[in-house]
Ligand binder design. Structure first.
Ligand code: KIV
Ligand code: ZN
Length: 547
């Protein structure tokens, strides 16, 4: 990697190596390629695609990724032994450019207790490995594993040796996430002060997050001269994870002046998509409060915050959700929301100020929010059209549920009995799993052709009697609906959650009809039971696909 622009911080992504090695289940070749291509679109400079010597599967996915990257540099990891280095070279030698990343531990505890060698032996092994790798490519990176706990004199000696042997990038990992920013910054500063040939290599950092310092340590390292940061999307990685790509990229961007104009090639608007893809493929949910990419990262809940954001977003937002590729409005409507928020949401839904009485809607909104927790757009609309909240209107009720989901070889099968309006219906069928089988029955019975977009299971208390709470989000006719179910049986919770969402869809259909009726010059009398009954019948037919 050439050092043309000293303001650019190279982003070396190791989601497919350090991130992947920490997953419960490893990824297949196709999944890894999909992630690698996304990382390339995200603007990552170097993609560590795997550890080729570790398994034939890793070898072939590194090879496949190398063959498919156009801009990013593919890289493979190797211990400081010839066999590993040869495996990287074999996997990547058909690429125009590739990097060999070789490493050996340098801290006393690793050198003495893990490797059972002297520090001089380690120096020799590192030098040999780097020279061996340099026969295959100029782009050789050397890592001093556990540099964060390596005595500084040894670290300086090792870095100097590695550069002399031909390493173009020297990586300083805080392998066990032990250091704190002032300390780690000092390590990097000392290397720049004491290693005479330091200007002949890019200094990189690779920080783990065991004490929650990974991003802080990486940023302080760039302030002290490091120009490559090793990261994982969503902060995946061994134990508490690696430094998160999105945090470093957005910190440098948001505080550009503080960082004296340092920048990365990351395309910020691709961050949300990359995060969601990695979370989905790796089956690792992003924690809601995760900086930049968590579902709560741009949510404003308190009335004071919502009011501020509506007046000027920068009161409580240092980054806009759009700037990292999120599109959704994230002002959650809860009992903490103020009048300003409710008025602005209604305006955004197309209701002019003179079409509703804010005092009335707001007081009924608070009642509903107290009962329900979060209120959605369709709930808010129901407050406009009906004098009572529609929460109690249930068109669909789960009456009975039977599921067979034995061991291997058994096809998950469900039978569901539901009350729909005043009638009872039964359906049975199979699915990919028990929940899928139940969902298939319910969507057939209700004839609501909705698509499940999010499913969340959590326990409401500890111990054997814990209730399983299921939250589902489904899409129906371009709108998202939420449902919640609670039971000691998680399959039943799942069924109840979907039925709950179907009832929300049903209520929304009534409101749609009400809206259409008022547009047609037939304002409905909200207190007229006949009008509501007629509309309910029509809505029931609508959602059951009859009209
Ligand atoms: O954490 C670490 O030290 C590593 C090295 C292999 C770079 O992952
Ligand atoms: Zn690591």
């Amino acid at each position: 990697m050439d050092k043309v622009d000293n303001n650019r911080v190279i982003i070396f992504d190791t989601t497919l190596r350090d991130g992947e090695q920490a997953l419960q289940q490893s990824l297949n070749e196709r999944q890894k390629l999909q992630i690698a291509l996304m990382l390339e679109q995200l603007g990552v400079d170097v993609i560590e695609a795997g550890f080729p010597v570790s398994s034939p599967g890793d070898f072939s996915s590194v090879k496949l990724i190398g063959q498919n990257l156009k801009n990013a540099i593919p890289c493979g990891l190797s211990r400081a032994v010839e066999r590993d280095i040869d495996a990287v070279k074999e996997a990547l030698s058909s690429c125009e450019r590739f990097r060999i990343h070789t490493f050996i531990a340098t801290s006393d505890v690793h050198v003495q207790d893990k490797l059972r060698k002297s520090f001089d032996d380690i120096l020799g092994m590192a030098e040999h490995a780097i020279k061996h790798a340099r026969q295959y490519t100029d782009d050789v990176e050397f890592s001093c594993e556990d540099a964060g706990r390596t005595p500084i004199d040894n670290l300086c000696r090792m870095v100097e040796h590695a550069i002399k042997a031909g390493a173009r990038t020297v990586n300083i990992p805080d392998t066990v996430g032990y250091t704190i920013p002032s300390e780690f910054g000092n390590i990097i500063a000392t290397l720049f002060n004491r290693v005479p040939n330091i200007d002949q290599a890019v200094i990189s950092v690779h920080c783990h997050n065991d004490l929650g310092m990974a991003t802080g340590n990486s940023l302080v390292a760039v302030q002290n001269g490091a120009r490559q940061v090793e990261v994982c999307v969503n902060g995946l990685g061994e134990r508490a994870g690696n430094c998160s790509l999105e945090e470093v990229a957005m910190a440098l961007r948001t505080r550009k002046t503080l960082f004296n104009g340092l920048y990365t090639n990351i395309v910020p608007t691709n961050i949300a998509r990359a995060s969601q893809m990695v979370a989905g493929i790796c089956n690792e949910k992003v924690p809601p409060h995760k900086a930049i990419v968590g579902s709560n990262a741009f949510a404003h809940s308190s009335g004071i915050h919502q009011d501020g954001v509506l007046k000027n977003r920068s009161t409580y937002e240092i980054i806009t959700p759009e700037s990292v590729g999120f599109k959704e409005n994230n002002l959650h409507m809860t009992a903490r929301s103020g009048r300003h928020m409710i008025k602005s949401r209604l305006n955004a839904l197309g209701y002019a100020d003179d079409s509703f009485n804010l005092d009335d809607v707001y007081s009924r909104f608070l009642e509903l929010a107290d009962k329900k927790g979060e209120v959605f757009d369709y709930d808010l609309e129901s407050l406009l059209f009906f004098s009572q909240t529609m929460e109690d209107k249930t068109q669909f009720t789960l009456e009975n549920l039977n599921v067979i989901c034995g061991g291997s070889g058994t096809i998950p099968t469900a039978s569901v009995r539901m009350k729909i309006g005043d009638e009872y219906f039964i359906d049975s069928g199979t699915g990919d799993g028990p929940v899928d089988a139940v969902f298939n029955c319910i969507t057939r019975l209700t004839r609501i052709d909705c698509k499940l977009v999010d499913y969340n299971l959590s326990a409401t208390s500890g111990g054997m009697n814990a209730q399983g709470k299921v939250d589902v989000d489904v899409m129906y006719k371009g709108r998202k609906y939420h449902g919640r179910g609670l039971s000691t049986d998680v399959i039943e919770s799942s069924a109840l959650a979907l039925v709950n969402a179907c009832n929300a869809i049903y209520r929304a259909q009534i409101i749609e009809l009400e809206k259409a009726a008022s547009h047609n010059g037939m304002p409905a009398d909200p207190d007229s039971q006949e009008a509501i009954a007629a509309m309910e019948a029509k809505a029931a037919s609508l959602v059951r696909g009859q009209i």
